[in-house]
Write a protein that binds this ligand. Sequence first.
Ligand code: ZN
Length: 75
Amino acid sequence: MQVLETIRKLCVCCMEEHDVKKVLLRETNIYKGVSVKYNAEYFYCEKADEMYADEQQMTSNDSAMKNAYRMAAAC
Ligand SMILES: [Zn+2]
């Protein structure tokens, strides 16, 4: 897990304001029957020990997965 930055914000996980780490994870997923590997971005709440993605991260994680699929399918 790679920490991109630490931001003080209202954490939607525990609904408190604290330092939240923006992290990059190497994910493996099955998309259209193909195993794809890509980097996904999440926020990590240390208080709850949970990862979550906001709307923007969900969108970019989704396109990262589809890009990885296109790369895998092209080979
Ligand atoms: Zn939190």
